[in-house]
Design a protein around this ligand. Structure first.
Ligand SMILES: O=C(O)c1cc(=O)[nH]c(=O)n1[C@@H]1O[C@H](COP(=O)(O)O)[C@@H](O)[C@H]1O
Length: 235
């Protein structure tokens, strides 16, 4: 998947719903106003592989299942997902280098059409206090950089991180890694459960390739208009 060449193309709309009919409506409204549509755990658990196939008819799919298991199991899951031909697939960087390398090897079986593998670093809902609670000292930036190094060396094509680490990753790794960035909030919109956030324009200025945006679009009275307004704010 090439880097986006339009403002709308930089937006990945997260279709987070357990209602497959609603998902179809959102996909229809957002397909031509965004670069990709994200199927995450809520929708995949409700609709299974069929929902991915249906949404893929409208736009490239970012399949966000955040795989995290022993290497053999993750490699098997990647092989099972390849027939769905997602453009992007997520796995947790915390699974470690052997897990990421096994996922990459499995993905290679799809040849040139293989999904882009994105390693999720530190969830954008976590702040320094939460990280410290689970035994990670040093704060989010340090942990994101540590996981970024491991994931990129093991074969990930890119990373998922918050807007607050993007510039630091670009400083360390340059333009090559694809950076996909959730935790994006247009000024004035509710944070919800997100902890490390910035506005769409700030995330792009820091060096994000794609922005993952859910509720500020899907929770709007007119999701299509909300996506268009965000794209416009990137000009
Ligand atoms: O992998 C992701 O997409 C992801 C990683 C992360 O650290 N934080 C995060 O919010 N996400 C996803 O990005 C989307 C953000 O949704 P909103 O908070 O509604 O904009 C959700 O679908 C999350 O599953």
């Amino acid at each position: 998947m090439a880097r986006p060449n339009s403002f709308a193309g930089r937006i990945i709309a997260a279709i987070d719903t357990g209602d497959t009919t609603r998902a179809e409506q959102l996909a229809h409204a957002l397909a031509r106003r965004t670069g990709l549509l994200k199927v995450g755990l809520e929708l995949f658990c409700a609709g299974g592989p069929a929902v991915v196939t249906g949404i893929a008819e409208q736009a490239p799919v970012f399949l966000d299942l955040k795989l995290h298991d022993i290497p053999n199991t993750v490699a098997g899951a990647v092989r099972s997902l390849l027939p769905l031909a997602p453009a992007m697939l997520t796995l947790h960087a915390a699974g470690g280098p052997a897990m990421i390398a096994a996922a990459r090897e499995a993905a290679e079986q799809a040849g040139a059409a293989r999904p882009m593998l994105l390693a999720v670093t530190v969830l954008t809902s976590m702040d320094a206090a939460t990280l410290s609670e689970i035994g990670v000292a040093g704060g989010p930036v340090q942990q994101v950089l540590r996981l970024a190094r491991i994931a990129l060396a093991a074969g990930a094509d890119g990373l998922v991180c918050s807007p607050q680490e993007v510039a630091r990753i670009r400083d360390a790794y340059g333009a090559a890694p694809f950076l996909v960035v959730p935790g994006v909030r247009p000024a004035g919109s509710a944070m919800g459960d997100q902890a490390r956030v910035a506005t769409p324009a700030e995330a792009i200025a820091a060096g994000a390739d794609w922005l993952v945006i859910g509720r500020p679009i899907t929770g709007a009275a007119d999701p299509a208009a909300a996506a268009e307004a965000i794209a416009e704010s990137l000009r």
